[in-house]
Design a protein around this ligand. Structure first.
Ligand code: UT7
Length: 347
């Protein structure tokens, strides 16, 4: 059985930087830099321009990952696209991103690379990693392109009413190539995933509800036109519940994978945590005795970029020389669903 390792990594963030102060200035939200920074560690985030979606940003990140792996899209056997902010309801954004690679369809031998969308929110990258690595280890794919991409800014309540959720999220994309190798020193060693659907309403966006007639509930007008109430239109969150569960499940899954591998915090070179709130990560790190110098962060500049967060962190760690082959990396994430996971890779 081949090992599945990450042979290439890439990322993309849109150029528009929105500071905490600008949330107040640009959108008139009653908030302050101090409130957001003190409670979350966020200083600024990026917003995609109107017309740009998760498929496009995912394409830019995927191109960088392919370049980093010195591969062409024609080498890829499978695309996995993780997002909670798809371009349209269907088809999946994986297909919409795939068709941007026009070289797949040129010449006499088109490459109809399959594209799978997954909906696992902040844990999307780890769920995708487990699926992609499984395909590589089973010998059904040699190279899998895994993308996490989010365009939150189009779907946030940019008013004081929505400030708790709105101040947290930003846009961006990350991508990784999962490849087969015979090198025993490299590869994904273990992963653990979990879900608890009982927490679904603690963080959700219900604008598409197929149990309703029509599917977009317009209680103020049943004849096809009406007003969508804000609690249906925008994401809703019980922040304290999510916070508590994030700390508990990130610790649990991280301890789970390390225990199965017989590893302690000293054996890990780099911890890559999902970035939802700096305080969540500090709790996890303190509980598990992880020193600050083994952690990397990007929450201060990007906020929570959901499925894009972990590949963006890995990309920057590789670019800056912080992450090198031979290092042991532990990752952990928690998000809506609830869903969570952890994984250890020998980079
Ligand atoms: O990937 C998973 C995604 N999400 C998370 O992991 C989020 C987890 N939860 C959290 O990070 C925290 O719950 C938050 C940072 C979101 C909120 O912190 P909190 O300590 O739970 O604050 P709160 O929601 O209880 O709000 C406290 C006060 C409220 O005012 P009152 O009712 O006490 O007068 C809020 O209206 O802070 C107010 N507030 C704000 N004030 C200024 C909420 N958001 C803001 C804001 N600016 N952006």
């Amino acid at each position: 059985m081949p090992n599945a390792y990450i042979s290439g990594i890439g990322g993309y963030v849109p150029p528009d930087v929105v500071s905490n102060d600008e949330l107040a200035k640009r959108y008139g939200i009653d908030t302050t830099h101090e409130w957001i920074h003190q409670r979350t560690g966020i200083e600024e985030r990026r917003y995609a321009a109107e017309g740009v979606g998760s498929g496009e940003m995912g394409y830019y990140a995927a191109k960088k990952a392919l370049e980093n792996a010195q591969m062409s899209i024609r080498d890829i056997d499978m695309i996995i696209f993780a997002t909670l902010s798809p371009d349209i309801h269907f088809p999946g954004t994986g297909c919409l991103m795939q068709r941007r690679f026009t070289e797949l369809f040129e010449g006499d031998m088109p490459r109809y690379v399959p594209a799978l969308d997954i909906r696992n929110q902040c844990s999307g990258f780890l769920y995708g990693l487990a699926i992609g690595a499984g395909m590589v280890q089973a010998g059904t794919a040699k190279h899998v392109l895994l993308v996490g991409s989010e365009t939150h800014s189009a779907a946030l309540d940019m008013t004081t009413r929505g400030r708790t959720v709105t101040s947290l999220f930003g846009d961006g994309a990350g991508a990784a190539i999962i490849s087969a190798t015979d090198d025993p020193k490299r590869g994904l060693r273990k992963w653990q995933l979990g879900a608890d659907g009982r927490g679904a309403e603690a963080l959700c966006m219900r604008v598409w509800d197929i149990t309703k007639r029509p599917f977009i509930d317009t209680p103020n007008g049943r004849d096809g036109v009406g007003v969508i109430p804000p609690e249906i239109m925008w994401p809703q969150m019980d922040g304290k519940q999510v916070f508590r569960n994030a700390v508990e499940k990130m610790c649990m899954s991280l301890m789970g994978v390390c225990f199965e591998l017989g590893l302690s915090a000293e054996d890990i070179d780099l911890f890559v945590f999902h970035q939802a709130n700096m305080r969540i990560n500090q709790y996890v790190a303190n509980s598990l005795g992880i020193p600050e110098n083994k952690l990397i962060h990007n929450i201060h500049k990007y906020g929570n970029t959901t499925a894009a967060t972990i590949p963006l962190l890995l990309w920057e760690a590789v670019e800056t020389g912080r992450l090198k082959p031979g290092m042991k990396v532990a990752m952990s994430a928690f998000g809506a669903g609830y869903t969570w996971g952890a994984a250890v890779i020998d980079w």
